[in-house]
Design a protein around this ligand. Sequence first.
Ligand SMILES: [Zn+2]
Length: 356
Amino acid sequence: MTVCGSFDEMIEVNWTKTTALTRAALFQQIHRNLNLFETVWHVNVFCLSKLWYLAQILPLPDKYATVLERAVSFYIWKGYLYKLKKTQLCLPKGKGGLQLIAVKEKCQALITRNILRGQRGESDPMDNDFWERQILPFRSRKSPLPKSIQSLWQLIESYPPELITSDTKQQTKLIYKHIMENNFQSPRITEQFPNQRWHKIWHNIHLANIPTAWQTTVYCYINHIIPTEERKHQHHLTDSSACKTCGYLDTLKHRITNCGTAKTTWDGAKHLLQQIWPTSQLNDKHQTLLLVDPPSENAVFVKVWLAAGFLHYQLTASVHTMEELLKMFATERHKFEQKCNAMNNQNLQQLKSLHL
Ligand SMILES: [Zn+2]
């Protein structure tokens, strides 16, 4: 960190440098071939981690928050025609997000926690002294400090008392959660189709040991951001909404159940499901394969695993054959088996009962 004559200058100098470095680091990674789930993980764990140290000490001005968020969004959505809002990606997984860290809010959580600790005299002596001196002008609202700090004080005043007195290692996490909950926006798709069992669907997409490539396709499919000809036509990006393969109206359902060779694998997937779920009705199969939401809880992992793999195959392969689909399933099952090693995993046992 660079120390300067005034607090304002210190904020400017340090955040300019750190923002530029973080942005450069993101752009350096841009050609890595990661899927959406891996990219978000990579951003959370590596790309943003260098910000948190500075964020504890100096407030992040809005203009740098915007630059950083744009860079993150660009990195995550490169190559996508349709995207989801940042507010959705930052939601918890159970609410339709991918738990992407929200830069501005995380920085607010970090610094306000530090201010609170300083106020209680629990930080290191220099910090304590600094915040003690700043608190009086904060309160009189005639603060000579930058606006970004004044707004932090208002933020602290909006915290519930238990958050302010909370004295655990979890405090930053709790503050972050509080800020995020206050800004909560439900995903667009859940507003559009309020009658689905969304909590189940989100939960199933994120089940452990489903390959992230499958999860990525399913997540994009469920959120309707896969560019079908119908969708592109609605947005005046193409002349026709007809499927490029067969000429029918190109919707997601068409691609999954009805388009050219996809019809064979759609029937095949229903048979596979029948194998592990002999009592299932046609509706059960459709709800499982089209919504990743099996209506019965029994052996839910295998059902979701099948549905996710099937959807991934239908939406990414150009020619569909049952042989190839089964081969993909066998390969992924084998990888899962190796990962489990000698451990006795119940999900694996159930998967093994599938005749692929
Ligand atoms: Zn078609």
